[in-house]
Ligand binder design. Structure first.
Ligand SMILES: Nc1ncnc2c1ncn2[C@@H]1O[C@H](COP(=O)(O)OP(=O)(O)OP(=O)(O)O)[C@@H](O)[C@H]1O
Length: 954
């Protein structure tokens, strides 16, 4: 083969002027594609087909941004004030808080970025090419110029290329041109010099997608030399948008910061008025309060817990594309799901064949062509029965799937392509047909591809031996009611007869019988095409469905089994417990749909409302919404109609997740709160429009993702509950000092408050972000998306319960130390007017240590909302355990070593002190466990927080 040429040396316009056969030689390739060796050598020369990321935001800028936001600036200023007020060690400490916080935030963001980057790599894109003479699936990044790429509806185009074969090929070029109407592409040479590249009808471009038809393309440009590569720098600069939760938190953080400033001013004034301290000393005191209240670390922790949830979801087969989807999943209230492949196994086996003259049984399971076709107590082969033969040949030749033989003896047969089509190949082989021989005798000359809207597909074949007097035939297969409607004749006992109403009834009666058993039925018909027929163009390339798909001769039915996935019934029941409705929207026939829906528990009533596509057209939005309030199944739906259902559900206030796989599903996927695309069978276009991709196409994975989504939200609440509650034990001792007019010396110094904020609180809090979903998380109704993150309930629990427990522990420790040294009520306390009094130092050390130890109990309390923490395992969260060890080590450390004792106003503690301290966590834990037990008993919940009496059904 001649030396490789990227079309950069032969301008794209030149390629457009060539006829298809010349294109091959110009690109050093052939209709049978490149050889693997040639492709490898071209890749070695020109590199991989990737769009290199343009310059990302500099890491230095990203790092520095963690030190320049509002809160950070406040802390910088606070440090300066401390210096000016003559407390340099405090200034250094405040700055240190800021630096550590900033580094920590940067690290968290970096982890979150890494997690999302890793996800992107989990969904590589593939392309079908011809190499070494046969069709293969390769990674898009391995495309080289000269590759012959096969395009089908829904494919994303992965390189620039010249079309060499097109069958109704239409391409959506909106990513390049902004024009959303699909553009028709042809393989003919283009001589018009005035066309721009994107206007040239025989060129296709990277980043665009096939909206209809199929075709073959010779790759002319890859990677950064494609048109898309050239403009990639423009699109890659689009920043990640903040999710609603992140926005809410940003806002909340600002509000709390303002509140902290307000509290600081109040404490300053009170200090001056009540304790008569100097303004400088009061400033320092107030500063401690401000720093204590500012919720540092809230936003990055939330970002990280969202990212961690995204990672956990990916392990459960759900790839989420943005962090905001995690939240929407948490509040999903309706899941609209299709049936085939999502609820069912999509491993089709034809188990019955039906013609107006006979019903056949087909034995054998799976895709192995082993089994037989039986009727009237004997085995039948295609050669025995003309109608049977036509049914099987028509079905098999009107298919694009391929059966792949197992590599090892005894292995499983697999399929390439649509399982609905693959099983037709299997049934034909079971009746003894040699399909490659049939393809040779009746070659396909054109395809009118399957469309969900038409619910059928046709292929046109050239005949050696005329059929019904014609030399061309169209095999049509599709939904039985559609084909019956389009048929004017029927094959009965080898003869062609006129279609009558009674024959129609007979066919539909047979169809309904199968459908009621949950079986999927496909009809096969044919249309002889006479050359001189009126209205039929002479050129096959001009055949359209309108021209071909009418006046059909009905042949028979292929009936296939597609059993529900075993895990789906439990997942549906889980949805119902979780207050989530499941609505089936399928292209399949109503009776089949209802039968499957009943088997998996989606419908329970005897006569659920069934809306078919055509019926929906005639229904007003008002009627539709009324129907949506009850049990309803949507059948024979065109993908476009999903959009209307989604819009109406959203108008009813529901948060909707919708599944889809085809090009036409995109509008509904985009409109949905959570668009869910199928990773295996979905088109690239659907995957691009979706928010989440199921790597196993399984409905149960959506439910797992919802569970994770709910857990994230719950964890963020737990985290906030924890970090807010410690504000109370930090503030109350200072308030006691203020309102006693200084008679009670300050139980916690400003440096000690910073110690809690800076060192001890952060790590256990982080651990709460990785708490796995609680057992009852799917037993609660969906979260109202408008509910604020910080509800009155959370604040009451944080401030009035956990916070007060912490404050009592801390004040108790302070007074305990004073009392142990001989102080009695009425006496002047140790430390009044004497900052370095040893008893006072011990008492403040105890006040500090008591907060840290009571926080150990609190973090355990925060881990579950209602369930006993023992039901999830007291030490089951490793992150929390590490956090606890860290905080205890830190507190022991700063009490033991003299330089730290000076800075933190601490001293070593004795055995009695430690006895007091170690009693705090169990006490705090026991009190909260008792409270939870009472609430559980009142509400009839079990130890796991799961309601015992009812399963909430909606
Ligand atoms: N490859 C095909 N060729 C011809 N007809 C088909 C093909 N696949 C499906 N059909 C027919 O078209 C109908 C609609 O198909 P569509 O893909 O929209 O939905 P579905 O596969 O039945 O189910 P779901 O919407 O739940 O995935 C099917 O019920 C079937 O009768």
């Amino acid at each position: 083969m001649e030396a490789p040429k990227q079309a950069s040396s032969s301008p794209i316009e030149e390629i457009a002027k060539l006829t298809p056969d010349k294109v091959f030689s110009a690109m050093g390739t052939a209709a049978a594609g490149l050889t693997s060796d040639e492709a490898a050598s071209r890749q070695a020369q020109c590199g991989k087909n990737t769009i290199q990321a343009t310059k990302k935001k500099s890491q230095v800028v990203v790092f520095l941004s963690n030190f320049t936001h509002l809160m950070a600036i406040l802390l910088w200023v606070a440090g300066i004030i401390a210096f000016v007020a003559g407390m340099p060690e405090l200034g250094v400490a405040v700055w240190l808080v800021n630096v550590i916080n900033g580094c920590f935030s940067y690290w968290q963001e970096h982890q979150a970025d890494k997690a999302t980057e890793a996800l992107k790599k989990m969904l590589p894109s593939y392309v079908n090419v011809i190499r070494d003479g046969h069709e293969q699936k390769i990674l898009a990044e391995d495309l080289v110029h000269g590759d012959v790429m096969l395009l089908e509806e829904g494919d994303k185009i992965s390189a620039d290329g010249r079309v060499v074969r097109a069958s109704d090929l239409q391409v959506d070029q909106s990513t390049l041109t902004g024009e959303s109407n699909p553009v028709r592409k042809t393989s003919d040479a283009v001589l018009d010099e005035d066309l721009t590249a994107s206007e040239t009808p025989n060129l296709v471009f990277e980043g665009t997608s096939v909206s209809e038809g199929n075709g073959r393309v010779v790759v002319t440009q890859i990677g950064m030399s494609t048109e898309f590569g050239k403009i990639a720098s423009l699109t890659q600069n689009m920043g990640e948008k903040q999710s609603p939760l992140q926005k809410q938190l940003d806002h909340l953080t600002k509000q709390i910061t303002v509140f902290a400033l307000f509290m600081g001013i109040v404490f300053l004034v009170l200090d001056v008025v009540f304790v008569h301290n100097s303004i400088a000393a009061s400033f320092i005191f107030a500063l401690g309060m401000v720093v204590a209240f500012i919720p540092e670390g809230l936003l990055p922790t939330v970002t990280l817990s969202l990212a961690m949830a995204v990672q956990r979801m990916s392990k459960r087969n759900a790839l989420v594309k943005s962090l905001s989807s995690v939240e929407a999943l948490g509040s999903t209230s309706v899941i609209c799901t299709d049936k085939t492949g999502t609820l069912t196994q999509n491993e089709m086996t034809v188990n019955h064949l039906w013609t107006p003259s006979r019903e056949y049984e087909v034995t054998g399971v799976g895709y192995a062509p082993k089994g037989e076709v039986r009727a009237d107590g004997r085995s039948f082969s295609a050669a025995d029965d003309d109608d049977l033969r036509l049914l099987l040949v028509g079905g098999a030749l009107c298919s694009n799937a391929r059966l792949i033989e197992p590599e090892k003896e005894g292995g499983r047969y697999t399929v390439l392509g649509d399982p609905t089509e693959a099983c037709l190949l299997v049934s034909a082989q079971k009746a003894g047909l040699d399909l490659s021989e049939e393809e040779r005798l009746i070659p396909r000359v054109r395809e009118l591809p399957f469309e969900s809207r038409r619910k059928r597909m046709s292929t046109i074949h050239q005949l050696e031996r005329p059929l019904d007097g014609a030399t061309r035939v169209a095999f049509v297969k599709g939904a039985p009611n559609e084909l019956v409607r389009l048929s004017t004749k029927v094959r009965v006992n080898g003869e062609v007869v006129e279609m009558t109403d009674s024959l129609r009834d007979k066919i539909m009666h047979a169809n309904d019988g199968y459908a009621e058993d949950g079986l999927r039925v496909l009809a096969v018909a044919y249309r002889p095409i006479h050359r001189d027929e009126k209205g039929v163009p002479t050129s096959v390339s001009e055949y359209t469905p309108d021209v071909i798909e009418h006046d059909l001769t009905f042949v028979g039915l292929e009936v296939m089994q597609d059993p529900p996935r075993p895990e789906v019934a439990a997942a549906v029941a889980e949805c119902h417990r979780a207050g989530i409705r499941v609505i089936m929207i399928t292209g399949d026939y109503g009776l089949t749909a209802v039968s499957i829906a009943r088997k998996i528990g989606i419908v329970k009533s005897a006569h659920p409302k069934v809306f078919s596509g055509p019926e929906l057209e005639k229904t007003s939005d008002e009627e539709l919404r009324k129907a949506l309030e009850g049990e309803v199944v949507f059948s024979r739906m065109a993908p476009e109609q999903k959009l209307r259902v989604v819009e109406n559900l959203q108008a009813m206030g529901e948060v909707v997740a919708v599944t889809g796989d085809g090009v036409n599903d995109s509008p509904a996927l985009k409109k949905a709160d959570i668009g869910v695309a199928m990773g295996v069978t979905g088109t690239d276009v659907a995957k691009e429009a979706a928010d989440m991709i199921l790597t196993d196409d399984n409905f149960a994975s959506i439910v797992s993702a919802v569970e994770e989504g709910r857990a994230v939200y719950a964890n963020i609440r737990k985290f906030m509950l924890y970090i807010l509650n410690s504000n109370v034990p930090e503030a109350v001792p200072s308030a006691v000092y203020l309102f006693s007019g200084g008679a009670v010396p300050l139980p916690l110094t400003t440096m000690q408050i910073l110690t809690i904020d800076l060192g001890t609180d952060m790590f256990p809090a982080l651990g709460l972000g990785s708490e796995p979903p609680e057992k009852d998380v799917m037993n609660r109704p969906p979260r109202d998306p408008s509910e604020p993150l910080l509800t009155g309930k959370v604040m009451r629990k944080a401030f009035l319960w956990y916070g007060i427990l912490g404050a009592l522990s801390s004040l108790g420790a302070f007074f305990f130390a004073q009392w142990a040294a001989g102080w009695r009520p009425g006496d002047t306390m140790f430390g009044v007017g004497a900052d370095l009094d040893p008893t006072y130092v011990r008492a403040t050390t105890m006040a500090l240590a008591a907060i840290v130890f009571s926080q150990i109990g609190e973090v355990m309390n925060c881990r579950t909302e209602l369930a006993s923490v023992f039901s999830v395992g007291l030490f089951s969260n490793k992150q929390v355990n590490k956090g606890i060890l860290f905080e205890v080590a830190l507190i022991v450390f700063i009490t033991l070593f003299p330089p730290f004792q000076d800075v933190f106003h601490t001293c070593p503690l004795n055995a009695w002190d430690y006895l007091y301290l170690v009693l705090l966590p169990p006490a705090v834990l026991a009190l909260e466990e008792a409270r939870k037990a009472i609430v559980r008993r009142q509400g009839h919940y079990d130890r796991n927080g799961v309601r015992m009496d009812t399963q909430s059904e909606r």
